[in-house]
Design a protein around this ligand. Structure first.
Ligand code: BT5
Length: 321
């Protein structure tokens, strides 16, 4: 449930008097003051002036009640922010497996102790800096179309970052968000599927937001970047998450109503991969060629030197200079 007093202050252009808040919420002025103090304890900056009342000046950069207040849609049903978890994907999957959790739930964490990438790799997840979140959805897709969810999340992530931080993020096939070929975000989609339908999908998205070069863990110092490193300033994680959820909802609805083409085109328009010479490694096999396109299921079409085309379902790309 959105915090009522926060919604009131956020909706006001300027100061709101204590009396007005008391009246609107049906509580005493002393109770209003108590709630203001509770919000301040959570890191909200609320100015209080005896003659004018209260004014919200600033919010913590990652806050559950702020996010709940901003998400006004029927698509997103619930959102929780946790201080520290092993992996938001694991939390989401186990909640979904227990039932009683709605599709449309978002799990966000400030820190992950066992953040994971594909194939059992580690996702570096230091506290207080970045976005780690998992979306629980019931996508009504056939299992073979699961890749579309990764495509969708990548498009939503790239557009959200372009809009909220004004940076030139692009998508590296299959699941990376990059700037100048350095990785700034990754997506890990996991599903529980019946034979003909995806029963539940958990889409995990990690975005490096406020890490600076000194905070970059040793393991990724040469290959990774963050929004802060690119823009030189800190960004509100709340605002990026709100944009991301908005873009995800929008593209999900386009996928349902208009089919895959608009989404695949949006992916192509934001791709850093297409048209470039690449090596694609899949387990112990490497293919080289030009990354020509993606097909209708999001697989990479590689044009090899022989002229032959190969369709690749997953792998890791490196660019050939
Ligand atoms: C991914 O895997 O890129 C998927 C990352 C998904 C992370 C999110 S966070 C929320 C949710 N909960 C989770 O536990 N996971 C998801 P992959 O393509 O396999 O890339 C992993 C590789 O990226 C690692 O082997 C490192 O080389 C590199 N890497 C690890 N942490 C990174 C980081 N923070 N930034 C950039 N690169 C990183």
């Amino acid at each position: 449930m959105p915090n009522a007093i926060l919604s009131l202050l956020k909706g006001a252009d300027n100061f709101t008097s204590g009396q007005e808040i008391s009246r609107r919420l049906g509580i005493s002025p002393a109770a209003v003051w108590k709630k203001i103090l509770a919000l301040r304890n959570k890191g909200y900056v609320i100015e209080a002036m005896p003659s004018r009342g209260y004014c919200l000046k600033n919010a913590p950069d990652l806050a559950e009640d702020y996010l709940l207040m901003q998400i006004r849609s029927d698509f997103w049903k619930d959102l929780m922010v946790r201080d520290s978890v092993e992996s938001t994907n694991d939390v989401a999957m186990s909640l979904a497996a227990k039932g009683g959790i709605f599709p449309g739930t978002v799990i966000v964490a400030d820190h992950q102790t066992r953040g994971k990438g594909r194939l059992g790799r580690t996702w570096e997840s230091p506290a207080g800096k970045n976005i780690y979140l998992s979306l629980i959805i019931r996508p009504e897709l056939e299992p073979r179309d699961t890749t579309m969810l990764t495509i969708l999340a990548a498009v939503a992530g790239a557009l959200a970052l372009q809009r909220s931080c004004n940076i030139a993020v692009s998508i590296k096939w299959p699941n990376d968000l990059v700037i100048s070929d350095k990785k700034l975000g990754g997506i890990l989609t996991e599903v529980r599927a019946d034979p003909d339908r995806v029963a539940v999908a958990v889409i995990g998205i990690g975005i490096n937001v406020n890490m600076n070069s000194r905070n970059l863990p040793e393991a990724i110092r040469d290959t990774a970047t963050s929004v802060r490193i690119v823009t030189g300033k800190n960004h509100q994680r709340n605002e990026i998450i709100i944009q991301l959820l908005g873009e995800f909802e929008k593209w999900f609805s386009i996928l349902k109503k208009e089919g895959k083409k608009p989404l695949l085109d949006a992916w192509r328009n934001n791709s850093s991969t297409l048209g470039r010479k690449v090596n694609v490694v899949m387990r112990d096999v490497t293919w080289s060629g030009i990354a020509e396109d993606i097909d209708d299921s999001g697989m990479l079409i590689l044009k090899m030197r022989s002229g032959e085309r190969k369709t690749i379902s997953t792998g890791d790309i490196s660019f050939i200079p």
